[in-house]
Design a protein around this ligand. Structure first.
Ligand code: S3P
Length: 438
């Protein structure tokens, strides 16, 4: 079976240096900003995954010229009002919540109806979280039972809004910022903390976006943008892709790893804070700033003893894509780990809180799971000696990659279906894994 991967052996100790591919959030945002810029933008090290390719296809359908040579991408923007398309346009966001939600914000002034569709997983996800604010701007939106397909018809009579984004969703916040950049007048957003790449890019591009950081929330004021200048960017590596190798190292005795040039934006490093508290040694080396983002090499060494954690909820949003892999560390830690206020995890590509719990149970780890929390009863001597088969999980890339790491760290025979799921965010994942199998 072409799409089946079998993991049969635990990995031995290693001392490695790796690079992972470009940050997905930044790659998608770069494509969208570049498509709105006046002139030619370039990106080096753009992530060439299905989510980003879907973003490129989307802007091409909007009449924007794109050239792709290896991972150097050039986009020829026609300005903020430069999208050209005919009636009945369909944009396929495939598996990407980020693309589907962010691009909708750019359609609040569309002249014709645009339909946004997605794959089976994306079609199960909540889009009312963006249709609500976008309707307040004046856009006409149809949505089937809160989910895709979404049809949007813009207006030339946009009104600025006041909005409280209380989920901590960067996708929702960014969709509103995009709509506000097209809207005359001042939009106010009070947003629960979440990744802030959109705001940092706006700042770098000198767009009229002001951010005041409060303890739990950010107050964001956005005025209409007149023009967006081209954006030449070198995409740093993705901490969410690095996370799998950080955990592989943490769980493998006498091992160490250096990951080059990773985006360590403070709103993304929840996993580092959590694992450090659990006893993993992680260091940031060669820290530098790049166009508003923080970048460093990450050094990890295998932990001798792992401690359980009562995870502070303030770290949740910074680790939202990493919980599945963090749960593996909790499985080996001494004591009961507790992760709470995590209802959003069940809103991802698959219901990840439920799935995380199921996988741990298959591994022989006891869990108590509610709608928004999980208790994990760790076992420092965990060794797996059975066959574990994982399929039918909505092809969630992070479920697949977490299962690979579980097999390599704890043993057992793992039959994992849908290897192709990694194309969503990390097509090179298995190539890098192979470098660890000496
Ligand atoms: C993302 C935001 C997060 C994250 C997703 C990427 C982004 O989603 O889970 O993988 O690039 O803005 P939410 O905003 O829905 O929490």
């Amino acid at each position: 079976m072409k799409n089946l991967v079998k993991i049969k052996n635990k990995i031995g100790s290693f001392n490695q240096k790796i690079s992972v591919t470009g940050d997905k959030s930044l790659s998608i945002r770069w494509v969208l900003f570049a498509s709105l810029a006046s002139g030619k933008s370039t990106a080096h090290n753009l992530l060439l995954s299905e989510d980003v390719l879907a973003s490129i296809n989307a802007v091409k359908k909007l009449g924007i010229k794109v050239k792709l040579k290896k991972n150097l991408c050039t986009i020829f923007g026609n300005g903020l009002d430069g999208y050209k398309y005919s009636k009945n346009l369909v944009i396929n966001a495939k598996n990407s919540g980020t693309l589907g939600r962010l691009i909708a914000g750019l359609f609040v002034d569309s002249l014709h109806k645009i339909k946004i569709i997605g794959d089976k997983s994306l079609s199960k996800r909540d889009f009312s979280r963006i249709s609500k604010p976008l309707k307040k701007f004046g856009a006409n939106i149809d949505l089937k039972n809160k989910s895709l397909p979404l049809t949007i018809l813009g207006t030339n009579n946009l009104k600025p809004i006041k909005y409280f984004e209380d989920r901590g969703s960067a996708q929702c916040k960014s969709s509103i910022i995009f709509a506000a950049l097209k809207t005359p007048g001042k939009t106010f957003i009070k947003a629960k903390k979440s990744r802030n790449h959109t705001e940092l890019l706006c700042k770098y591009l000198k767009l009229p976006v002001k951010v005041k950081n409060e303890k739990k929330y950010d107050i964001i004021k956005v005025d209409q943008a007149k023009k967006i200048k081209p954006l030449n960017y070198k995409i740093p590596s993705d901490i969410s892709s690095s996370a799998f190798f950080i955990v592989l190292t943490a769980l493998t005795k006498n091992s160490s790893l250096l990951i080059n040039n990773v985006n360590i934006n403070p709103s993304r490093i929840g996993i580092v804070k959590i694992l450090k508290k659990m006893g993993v040694k992680i260091l940031f080396k060669n820290k530098k700033k790049y166009k508003g983002e923080l970048i460093a090499d990450i050094y990890i060494s295998g932990a001798k003893k792992l401690k359980s954690i009562n995870c502070p909820t303030k770290w949740n949003s910074g680790a939202i894509d990493e919980f599945l892999i963090i749960f593996l560390v909790a499985a080996k830690a001494k004591g009961i780990s507790y992760f709470k206020d995590l209802a959003e995890l069940n809103q991802k590509e698959s219901p990840r809180l439920r799935w995380g719990s199921k996988i741990l149970n298959m591994m022989g780890i006891k869990t108590i799971t509610t709608k928004n929390s999980i208790k994990i009863y760790g076992n420092p001597d965990l060794k797996i000696n059975k066959k574990i088969i994982i399929k039918d999980y909505l092809k969630d890339h992070r479920v697949f990659m977490t299962s690979v790491i579980a097999g390599l760290s704890f043993g057992g025979e793992w039959h994992l279906y849908d290897k192709d799921s990694i194309k969503t965010s990390f097509p090179k994942f298995l190539n890098i894994i192979n470098r660890f199998k000496k």
